[in-house]
Write a protein that binds this ligand. Structure first.
Ligand SMILES: C[S@@+](CC[C@H](N)C(=O)[O-])C[C@H]1O[C@@H](n2cnc3c(N)ncnc32)[C@H](O)[C@@H]1O
Length: 266
């Protein structure tokens, strides 16, 4: 396994992503199909009238999709100024299409300066995994927990070691090597997250929304490519193969990416 990058290396990685991809979804992730599954899953947990905090919003691609679907007031933060510049440009273009309001600002999760008990929904989409250590991740979790209003929800869509390990175990049965964790990530131990939040928030549900898609694209697709000796670009999310597996219902616990839903105790 490659050694994880330190915090400043991770920040440089995201600054490069912002400069390279501008307003494109690729600033956040290349696998736009998982992003879409993630978005559809999140939509079910966000309602008209909600005050939403979206931490680590990148260029606002997902934030603006949410505000187009729901009449919500969203405050969205990212610590990379280039991401926020792109997000504000995208907001100007999308304004007439939105049902809700959005404001973008520069802000660091590790120094989160938002009021306590202020938001109905706090959204964190693939951000805690960028904090380099479990100690930093705990600091981030405590900041997030205090900003949720009692009875409100914290929505964490993050990569977990549990999902990653079960996917790699599936691959191993078929002679495929383990997928390694990117150097800029530290996946979350789901149980440790639940324990860390327990004094303030209870776990409502874990949604393995991408499990079928991961099996289809990270196990079956490389095997089919080898059997067919086709030389296809296996990670390419634009293929019909990926579209098909993204259209199937999710089953099993083989997705690295999951949505954890927590409710703040009254
Ligand atoms: C994988 S992208 C996720 C983007 C977005 N949430 C989405 O739904 O597509 C991770 C984002 O988290 C941001 N990020 C990482 N660490 C952060 C921190 N400490 N504070 C604020 N943003 C952070 C990065 O700049 C990057 O834009």
């Amino acid at each position: 396994m490659t050694a994880p990058l330190p915090l400043d290396g991770i920040e440089n990685f995201w600054a490069d992503q912002a400069a390279q991809h501008g307003q494109d979804a690729a600033a956040s992730w290349s696998d736009v199909r998982v992003m879409d599954l993630e978005f559809q899953e999140l939509l079910g947990h966000i309602h008209d009238g909600d005050r939403v905090l979206d931490v680590g919003c990148a260029n606002g691609f997902t934030t603006l999709r949410l505000a187009a679907e729901r009449q919500v007031d969203i405050r969205a933060l990212d610590y990379i100024p280039g991401m926020i510049d792109s997000a504000r440009t995208a907001l100007e273009r999308a304004k007439t299409l939105l049902r809700g309001t959005v404001e973008f600002d520069v802000g660091n999760l590790l120094e989160l300066n938002e009021p306590n008990d202020a938001y109905d929904r706090v959204l964190v989409i693939r951000v805690l995994i960028n904090l380099a250590t479990w100690e930093n991740q705990q600091v981030g979790l405590q900041h997030l927990a205090r900003t949720v209003r009692p009875g409100g929800t914290l929505l964490l869509s993050e990569a977990t070691t549990q999902g990653w390990n079960s996917l790699n175990a599936f691959r191993s049965e078929w002679g495929l090597p383990a997928i390694s964790m990117p150097a800029f990530n530290l996946y979350l131990d789901q149980d440790a997250v639940v324990d860390s939040l327990a004094p303030e928030l209870e776990l409502v549900e874990v949604r393995n929304f991408a499990s079928t898609y991961y099996v289809g694209t990270r196990v079956l697709k490389p095997l089919a490519a080898m059997a067919a000796r086709s030389g296809i670009d296996v990670p390419d999310p634009g293929m019909h193969w990926n579209r098909f597996f993204a259209s199937l219902p999710a089953c099993g616990d083989y997705g690295t990416q999951k949505l954890m839903i927590f409710r703040k105790r009254a």
